[in-house]
Every structure is written in structure tokens, then in C-alpha cells.
Design a protein around this ligand. Sequence first.
Ligand SMILES: Cc1cc2nc3c(=O)[nH]c(=O)nc-3n(C[C@H](O)[C@H](O)[C@H](O)COP(=O)(O)OP(=O)(O)OC[C@H]3O[C@@H](n4cnc5c(N)ncnc54)[C@H](O)[C@@H]3O)c2cc1C
Length: 475
Amino acid sequence: MTSQDTYAAGRRTGTSVPHGGRSAAPVPPPPPPALPRRGPGGRRALATVFWLGLVAAVLPWWLDTPAGSLADTPDLLTGAGRITGLVAGYLLLVQVAMMSRLGALERWVGGERLSRLHRDLGATLLVAVLAHLSLIVVAYAGLEEKSILGEVGSLLRDYEDMVSAFVAAGIMVAVGFTGIRAIRTVLPYELWYHLHLTSYAALLLGFGHQVSNGAQLFEAGPVRTGWIAAYLLVLAALAWGRVIAPLHFNLRHRLRVADVVAESPDTISIYLTGRRLNQIDVLGGQYFRWRFLNVGGWWQSHPFSLSAAANGRWLRLTVKVVGAHTADLRDLRPGTRVWAEGPSGTFTAAHRTRERALLIAGGSGIAPLRAMLEELPAGAALIYRARTPADVLLHPELDWLAQARRTSVWYVIGSRHDPGPRQVMSPEGLRRLVPDVTRRDVYLCGPAGLVDEAVRVLRRAGVPRRQIHLATFEL
Ligand SMILES: Cc1cc2nc3c(=O)[nH]c(=O)nc-3n(C[C@H](O)[C@H](O)[C@H](O)COP(=O)(O)OP(=O)(O)OC[C@H]3O[C@@H](n4cnc5c(N)ncnc54)[C@H](O)[C@@H]3O)c2cc1C
């Protein structure tokens, strides 16, 4: 029987495995110990640090610029060009720091929120870079009485590090555009990911012109030292978050594929084993970035949530086939080594604000919620949206959890335009199903459309924003 046959037949593939196959998944969990709450913590402190940093970045220009010195248009444009340059340099630093995957940062701010901030700040960075570039070119062209093109030519020819600065700006514009949702969603994840990695090149390529040409930075002194120190700090965070911490994690746990199980015609579960699994500090609802070290997979790293809470014996992810990489995962062989980076995310039971929770899942969005159900206090409620009965994943486990953890589960089947789902996913429908919905935390995971719509409905039903937790599977 080929792996394709076993996949289509909906049975597990591979050989006998330590976790014992599909039947091993529902192990009645002991009542979870009360998870220590990991609330907003240092989020406000980080916001303060961000604004103080922005002020500190622009302050040297302010102190260097005598009152009344911006008398004519070229001077005004030069001043605006310098400010936007300092802002762009600072925002780039913050953007890269947010990509550093420092565990502390992801714990304080949350992987999902970091991604959202990163996207929003990316748009501001793009505006700052383009404004800096055009203001300086126009200002210098005015001062030197040249055409715009002539000025670009002379900047590239006569100024140190300017070619690399233009390349850095080009990279940032390209990366910025791929952040636009409409463009992002048509790009394969892998292409988007590698384009984003070029931001590191932008950080390095753009740095030279700041110290060789930056009016506030070319002179040795505390401003220049502080600026360089900030860049070195971010590079150290990158090295720690992206290289040292993952190396330590993977050498310690040595994860391998144990088995691949078909859950539906287009969804698989991947079971992993390794060493010291009981020492992995991960919560249901968190995700790792996984790199499967086989011939076609080693160069790709994709995020998937754990679809069962950690149990010390195996880890599991449940993956919907949506593109080339997820399709290849169906053919993973038992024994394949796996490189994991994480855990990330604040979409966990520990981040709840209330005792009870309502979980709303769409499609493969059930994966993190299924894991979280094992760790939430009994009495949670789950609404699972799926197009057809065949699209309901992990059905037996959910039914079993419903009993073991006293969870109410509703499978809402049909398209969003069908009367049944429309009725359930309305403020009145939700209130009828879960009368105390406004006193619960609500965890939402599924396609972006479902999540956006559900947030609107929940808000109309009176659920406070701080009680709504989101995971959209989008980075
Ligand atoms: C934090 C996080 C956690 C995630 N956890 C899981 C998980 O537990 N299980 C899971 O199945 N997926 C999960 N994902 C999504 C998963 O990472 C992507 O589906 C996967 O990387 C796609 O890779 P690909 O090469 O197969 O498809 P690509 O070639 O990258 O994408 C193919 C097409 O599918 C679209 N697409 C991509 N992702 C999705 C999606 N999730 N749903 C619908 N269409 C999509 C793309 O826009 C593109 O048009 C998660 C994503 C994030 C950010």
C-alpha cells in the first residue's frame, strides 16, 4: 500500500511507533493544575520604552538645530528629511527586534500581537523610508540646483555608503509591499518568509550611510555611541533568539517524526518524539516553527500549533494541506529529524482573564483549541464551524474531551450563508447558546474572514475586547 493509499483511506501511515498511533491520543487528562496567569505583564513598560526610544532617536536633531535656522524651503526639506531618516533608522531597529524571537518578548507581548504590531509598524517604516529618501533628494537638488535625477546620480556617485543605502531602501519597499494583506495572501508562505529575511540585509546595508552621512551621527560622541550600541543590542537579540536558543532547544530535545496520520482527505496529524519531552515548557494554543530535515523540507520553516497538550511522551501537530509544503508533509517518513523554534504565542489558557471560556474554531483552526481544551478549567464551550461533516477534524477526541472536561461542543456545519450557521453566528444566536458569553474569555482561531466576522458579532453581543483572543494562522 502506498502512502497515498493509506492517506486516502484515512488510516495512519508508517510503522509501529512509541506513541501507539491514533488510539494513543485521547489519554484522559488529570485535572490541570491551575495555570499561572501570564497577563499583559510588561506590555505597558515595552510601549513606554518604544516611545522613549523614538524621542531619544529624534532628540539629537532637535538639540542640534538652532531656532530660526529652518528659514527657507530647502532647509525645511532637509530638516524633515533628517527627522524621517532618524525615525526610519529607529523603526527598522524596532522591526528587526520584533523579529528576533526573543522568548521574553514573545511572552510579554505575545507572538500574535507582535506580528500585528510588526505589520502596522512596517507600514509606518515604509512611509518614513520613502519620505526620507524623497525629502533628502528634493532638498539637496534644491540646494545644489540640480535636477532630481541628477541629484540621485550625484548621491550615488559622491557619497559614501549611498549605493548600499539605496539597495536597503529598495528591499524595505519590496518587503513593505508584501506585508499588504491582499499581496501577502497570494504569495506562498515560503516566498514571503524569505523576502522578509532580507530585512536583515536592509539593516546592515542601511547602517553605513547613517554613520558616514547622518548629520547627527558622523561625529564621535554619545549620540553615535548610543546609536551603534542600540544596533549591536538588536543584533545580539537576533543571535540569541534565532540561533543560540533554538540550537540549545534542538540539541536538548532531538525531535523526530514518529508517525503521520490522516485526519481527513486534506488534513494530517504529525506525531513527534524526542528526548526530555516532559521538560518542554509549552502550553496548549502555542505554536512552533517547524523545519522537517528531509531532502525537500530542510530549507523551509513553517508555523504550526500543537494540536494536543504536551504529555511528556509525544507532541502532535495537525496540518491542513493548502500548498506545496503542507502537501509534502503527507509523505514524511518516521524517523525524519525535526528542527523546532518556539514555543511562541499568548493564545493560551494561562492568558485568560475569566474562569470560563468560549472557543470558536473554523476548519484547521481547531488544532490549538483542541490542545487548549485540555488545560482550560472544566465548563468551557466550543463552537466548531466546518463546511461539511467531513471537514470536522479530531471529532472523536473532541467528543471525548467534551465528557472528560465537561465541555459543551457544537458542530456548526454549512457555509456562512446557510441559515443555521448564520443564526448561530449572530449576537442573539451566541447569547442563546452561551448565555454567559460576556463573562467568558473567547478564543477564536480560523481563517481571517471567520475571525474578523466573529469579532464583530462578539462585540455586538457585548463581549469586552480584552476578553477576545485571536489566532488567524497569518504572520
Ligand atoms: C501562528 C500560526 C500557527 C499555525 N498553525 C497551524 C496549524 O496548527 N495547522 C495548520 O494547518 N496551519 C497552521 N498555520 C498555517 C500554516 O503555517 C500554513 O498553512 C502553511 O505554512 C502553508 O504552507 P504551504 O507551503 O503548504 O502553503 P502556501 O503555498 O504558503 O499557501 C498556499 C495558499 O494557501 C493559502 N493559505 C496559507 N495558509 C492558509 C491557511 N491556514 N488556511 C487557508 N489558506 C491558507 C495561502 O494564502 C496561499 O494562497 C499556522 C500559521 C500561523 C501563523
